[in-house]
Ligand binder design. Structure first.
Ligand code: NAP
Length: 271
C-alpha cells in the first residue's frame, strides 16, 4: 500500500521489508539512518525494544511503551505510534462509530491493546475494561490509563468466559487485541476457546467489534458479529489507517487513502 501511495504522489520512494534478528535491531536502525532512509515501520517482536534505541519519541509512543513508526530527522531517529490513531480512524470511518462516551471492552494487554486503550480514553470513551490472559498486565494498563487520562473509568481482569460475559453485555465497543484469534483463523483454538465463545455470544445490534487480527480479513469473531447484526470492523482497516498516518509522518503529504485501500485489498474491496 505504501508503494502504491508513493507512486500516486509521484514520489521516487520505495517501501521494503527486512527481517532483522532481535540482537541486530540497534545496528539495523543506525544503519537505516546512515543510509539515508526517510523512515521505517517496526513490527513484532521489535516494537518495544525499538523505543529504547531511538533518539526521541513522541508522547503517545512513550505512554504506549512501543513504536511502530520511525522518522529519520537529520540522522536522528524519532519514534511514533500510529496504531492508536489507526484504531480510531478504522472505528470512525469504517464502523461509523462515535467514540465519545462509549463503553469499551479491550481483550488483550500487549502493544496493540495498549495503543487502543490510550487512544480510546483520550478520544473521550466513558470506560475501558481490559481483560488479559495474564491479568497483571491488564491491571498495569488500567492503572496507567487511570493515571494518564481523567474522566475515563478503567477496569481490569482475567480473560475468561465469566468476565467476558459480564463486561461484553455492557459494552458498545469490543476490541479483540490478542493474537489468539489468529490461531482460530488457522484452525487452532477455534470454538474450544470459552472466552471467544463468550464474546461471540454477547454480540448484538448496536455493538461494534474490531478484531486487530487481519488474516483472514473476516475472522471467525467478525463473521459471528455480522451474523448477529453487530458492526464488524476488520483489522485490515486498522492496518490501512495506521499506515496512512505513517505515510504522512514520513512524507508530510496527505495519504491517498483510496489508493492505499485498493492496494491492500485488491480483490476484496466490498467483501
Ligand atoms: P503482543 O504485544 O505480543 O500481545 C499479544 C497479546 O495477545 C497479549 O495480550 C497476550 O496475552 C495475548 N495472547 C497471545 N496468545 C493468546 C492466547 N492463546 N489466548 C489469549 N491471549 C493470548 O502483540 P500485539 O502487537 O499487541 O499484537 C496483537 C495482535 O494484534 C496480533 O495478532 C497483531 O498482528 C495484531 N495487530 C494488528 C494491527 C493492525 O494494524 N491491524 C496492529 C497491531 C497489532 P499475555 O499478556 O497473557 O501474553
Amino acid at each position: 500500500m505504501h508503494n502504491a501511495a508513493f507512486d500516486a504522489c509521484g514520489l521516487n520512494w520505495r517501501y521494503l521489508a527486512f527481517r532483522v534478528p532481535p540482537g541486530d535491531l540497534a545496528a539495523a536502525l543506525r544503519g537505516a539512518a546512515a543510509m539515508g532512509f526517510a523512515g521505517l515501520n517496526v513490527t513484532i517482536p521489535h516494537k518495544q525494544a525499538a523505543l529504547g534505541l531511538l533518539d526521541d519519541a513522541d508522547e503517545s509512543a512513550r505512554l504506549i511503551g512501543a513504536v511502530n513508526t520511525i522518522r529519520v530527522e537529520e540522522g536522528r531517529l524519532r519514534g511514533f505510534n500510529t496504531d492508536g490513531d489507526g484504531v480510531l480512524d478504522a472505528l470512525r470511518h469504517d464502523g461509523g462509530v462515535r467514540i465519545e462516551r462509549s463503553r469499551c471492552l479491550l481483550l488483550g494487554a500487549g502493544g496493540g491493546a495498549r495503543a487502543a486503550a490510550f487512544a480510546l480514553a483520550r478520544a473521550g470513551a466513558a470506560s475501558v475494561v481490559v481483560l488479559n490472559r495474564t491479568p497483571a498486565r491488564a491491571e498495569e494498563l488500567a492503572a496507567q490509563l487511570a493515571d494518564a487520562v481523567r474522566g475515563c473509568d478503567a477496569g481490569a481482569g482475567a480473560l475468561d468466559a465469566a468476565n467476558v460475559a459480564r463486561w461484553a453485555g455492557e459494552a458498545d465497543l469490543i476490541i479483540q487485541a490478542t493474537s489468539a484469534s489468529m490461531s482460530v483463523a488457522m484452525g487452532g483454538l477455534g470454538g474450544r476457546t470459552p472466552w471467544l465463545q463468550a464474546v461471540a455470544g454477547a454480540l448484538r445490534q448496536g455493538v461494534t467489534v474490531l478484531d486487530m487480527v487481519y488474516t483472514p480479513r473476516w475472522t471467525a469473531l467478525l463473521a459471528a458479529a455480522r451474523e448477529r447484526g453487530a458492526t464488524a470492523v476488520s483489522g485490515l482497516a486498522m492496518l490501512l489507517y495506521q499506515g496512512a498516518r505513517s505515510f504522512e509522518l514520513w512524507t508530510g503529504r496527505v495519504a491517498p487513502i483510496d489508493v492505499m485501500r485498493a492496494a491492500l485489498v485488491p480483490n476484496q474491496l466490498d467483501s
